[in-house]
Design a protein around this ligand. Structure first.
Ligand code: UDP
Ligand code: MG
Length: 316
């Protein structure tokens, strides 16, 4: 049977590594699926990498790399896609919130010929009201842009080798993995799963972090905000023509009032909108600047596979 690579982005997850590896082993061996585990430690500052290293010495199916610093989950996923050797891969969180029991089903569907198996959340697990609200706004927007329902999608997916290659060949740096698999096309099918509670460690997302994630993903995928700037501009030009005509009419009929209310309001509104619009444009320019620099998406500082080879050489 074909090799399955499991890609596990992990950031300060020392408490989860051994447990997750054991659960995956149990499930995958139980289903007779040949696999490799690829832990991508995203610049963890705790013992995540050491934990992976320990496991990789005992089990050659386990490999880990350590980034030189925190590059973000997207970068970790892409490093995994580039290093995976399998004929297909599953990307999943390493905190077991994505239940491993679903993998054999994904693998079965892949063998039936599907290139992408999307894990879809049957419920969103436990989220606070505010989190849910912003998630809804963000996914509502993304769904409209992608012209498909993104609301319950997640980073839990199985990808065929061909899809992995398409994604790793993309030259852009600011990626949004979740949406890119839709963009790539291919034949896909969904499998629903229940988001598990995180039992060990804590969520790596702060509220501001999530907002940044949403803004960066929106701007990396759509230029709709830029178009919105133009549309708002046009609405205001229309309004100013009407208001201008009225003002001139008042002036010539000697009805011009001394009140400054309208003037102040207009300055405030127009000023605010201009600043906002410039901010939006600035955001895209920043994006262009980042892409143009062409820096690598991540830097690998350590790799259990390379260390092993080094060790073998030394002991030869
Ligand atoms: N993660 C990562 N880099 C980061 C933040 C998170 O690789 O900068 C990993 C993390 O270790 C976990 C997954 O991404 O495996 C999801 O993170 P988390 O569980 O904190 O997010 P949540 O499930 O709360 O959305
Ligand atoms: Mg989690």
């Amino acid at each position: 049977m074909a090799l399955l690579s499991i890609i596990l982005p992990s950031y300060n997850e020392e408490a989860n590594i051994a447990n997750t590896a054991a659960r995956l082993k149990e499930v995958l061996e139980g289903a007779d699926i040949p696999y490799e585990l690829l832990f991508v430690s995203d610049g963890s500052r705790d013992n995540t990498y050491e934990e992976i290293q320990k496991l990789s010495v005992e089990d050659h199916r386990i490999r880990g790399i350590q980034f030189s610093r925190n590059f973000g989950k997207e970068a970790a996923i892409f490093a995994g896609l580039q290093l995976a050797k399998g004929s297909c891969c599953v990307v999943m969180d390493c905190d077991l919130q994505h239940p491993p029991e679903v993998i054999p089903e994904m693998y079965r569907l892949w063998r039936q010929g599907y290139d992408i198996v999307e894990g879809v959340k049957s419920d969103r697990g436990q989220e606070s009201g505010l989190h849910r609200f912003f998630a809804n706004v963000f996914y509502g927007l993304m769904s409209r842009v992608m012209k498909m329902d993104m609301r319950d999608t997640s980073d839990f997916k199985l990808l065929d080798r061909r899809v992995m290659e398409v994604l790793t060949e993309l030259t852009e740096r600011n990626t949004f993995f979740r949406a890119l698999t839709f963009w790539a096309g291919f034949s896909s099918i969904t499998v629903s799963y229940e988001v598990q509670k995180r039992t060990l460690g804590e969520s790596k997302w702060s509220f501001m972090g999530l907002i940044r994630y949403a803004v960066s993903n929106t701007t990396s995928f759509t230029t709709a905000p830029l178009q919105m700037v133009t549309v708002t501009g046009m609405v205001f030009i229309l309004a100013s023509v009407i208001l201008g005509a009225q003002t001139l009419f008042n002036y010539f009929t000697h009805n011009a009032v001394e009140g400054f209310t309208t003037v102040i309001l207009l300055i405030l509104i127009v000023g605010g909108l201009l600043m906002l619009s410039m901010g939006v444009i600035g955001h895209y320019i920043a994006r262009i600047y980042e892409e143009v620099k062409g820096r690598p998406r991540y830097i690998i500082a350590k790799d259990t596979l390379k260390e092993e080879q080094l060790h073998e050489k030394k002991t030869e």
